[in-house]
Write a protein that binds this ligand. Structure first.
Ligand SMILES: [Zn+2]
Length: 436
């Protein structure tokens, strides 16, 4: 059996792979950790049964308290004496909040102009389908492998539960290898690093009072009438300089920490992704509680995406200092300082691996041999489970079909069919080389 046999198999079975992906996308496996309900269980049970039907050894188990969010690991067994490999992807997807903005039914995939539309098409059932079909092609073609291939098809990624019930649990269960590829959408670029993510909130205090007193709060009063902070303080007005402050810091940090950013250029050709620049996003602004009151408090929740070469602690300290310096210039805020809570909610650190890893060298070769082009080396501008593989001692990169700007976490998500097929070919080619 040659590599060409397997690549031909993938071309000849493209229609079946697309049908597989359509069925996969049609099961609304919305992340239970975010939504409180979803069909992670249903999608995983369907996967387990389908992969058993393909003749793979399938293990399925759940780590969540209610045991309703199972992981699936399918193994293509080698004959021993070779290198094992992990292909990792998540089956959970984010919710569809504005279905009316879609031009296609998010849960009933259609193909238009060579693109398959549906929630999870790019993120990341498409990558999983390509990995599964690479393994199926090798099995059906009778590939003679030495190492094992573990398809880790996990839950809980979208809610950062890869560190608990998802990917980390699969590793702890014994599915380990000297190299892993996370098949998240990278536009078929090899991503050696990702950003890091944290959240923080700033609570700016005011002093609520009946809105009829606003003239006293805002304007000087004659005849010794009470005014200003004696009466009330508009928290929105007090919060504005801090909103400005973080826009300025966002720009400044991008200048200061420009060098370590990977991607936004890539090599040998321009990448389409790259680890994003430093971003400080005011995600949620909450202020005021009643129509007839001056707002007594404003709370702003920020998300910060930063290169993982910059320690989060350094940024937290700078946030605290900048807020305190600005507060000291205001009479009210000097006495009633804003509260900074950092970090809150969750932290998701990035990963970074060397381009010299044997797995990366081998993956570059698979891309060149299969797609007849040089691999593009770049960075992942979001976070993903590659972090948790690397944290558990398994060198991992991210490489997959689709892209983060194709409606991922938004409307009209899609994956180009040609990338799906190309990815399956690259994975198959890589497995032959790595596990052969
Ligand atoms: Zn994803």
């Amino acid at each position: 059996m040659t590599r060409e046999t397997v690549l031909r198999y993938i071309d000849q079975h493209a229609a079946e792979m697309i049908d597989f992906l359509k069925k996969y996308v049609s099961i609304p496996s919305v992340n239970t950790g975010i939504e409180g309900e979803g069909k992670e269980k249903e999608v995983q049970e369907w996967l387990a049964e389908t992969l058993r039907g393909y003749g793979l050894a399938v293990d399925t188990w759940a780590e969540d308290a209610k045991k309703v969010r199972p992981n699936v690991v399918a193994t293509l067994k080698g004959k021993g004496g070779g290198q094992d490999l992990i292909l990792n992807g998540h089956s959970d997807v984010v919710a569809v909040n504005e279905p009316e903005k879609w031009t296609a039914d998010p849960w009933n995939p259609v193909i238009r102009d060579g693109k398959l539309f549906g929630r999870g098409a790019s993120d990341m059932k498409g990558g999983n389908a390509a990995a599964i079909w690479a393994v199926k092609a090798l099995k059906d073609c009778g590939a003679d492998l030495k190492g094992d291939v573990f398809l880790q098809l996990v839950v809980g990624e979208e809610s950062n539960e890869g560190k608990t019930i998802g990917t980390t649990a699969a590793i702890k269960r014994g599915y380990k290898a000297p190299f892993a590829i996370v098949v998240e959408p990278t536009n078929l670029e090899i991503h050696l690093a990702s950003v890091s993510l944290f959240f923080f909130e700033i609570i700016v205090p005011g002093k609520a009072v009946h809105v009829c007193c606003r003239n006293q709060v805002v304007f000087p009063q004659p005849y010794g009438l009470a005014c200003g902070a004696q009466v009330g303080v508009d928290a929105v007005k007090k919060a504005l300089p801090f909103i400005e402050l973080f826009y300025k810091l966002e720009a400044e940090w991008n200048q200061r920490w420009r060098d370590p950013i990977l991607g936004a250029g890539g090599h040998p050709t321009f990448d389409k992704q790259g680890v994003g620049v430093f971003t400080v996003n005011p995600a949620i602004i909450e202020g005021g509680t009643y129509l007839a009151s001056i707002s007594g408090q404003v709370k702003i929740t920020y998300s910060v995406w930063h290169p993982n070469s910059v320690p989060a602690e350094t940024i937290w300290e700078e946030i605290r200092q900048a807020v305190s310096a600005l507060a000291s210039t205001d009479d009210w805020l000097k006495e009633h300082p804003p509260v900074i809570n950092v970090p809150i909610l969750q932290e998701w650190k990035g990963y970074a691996v060397s381009e010299d890893l044997p797995g990366v060298v081998s993956l570059k070769r698979a891309i060149k041999n299969t797609l007849r082009q040089e691999a593009v080396i770049s960075g992942f501008k979001a976070v993903c489970d590659s972090t948790y593989l690397n944290n558990n001692g398994i060198p991992a990169v991210t490489f997959g079909p689709g892209n983060l700007d194709l409606g991922v976490h938004g409307d009209d998500e899609y994956i180009p069919i040609s990338q799906l097929i190309d990815a399956a070919k690259v994975y198959a080619s890589f497995i032959l080389d790595w596990c052969g």
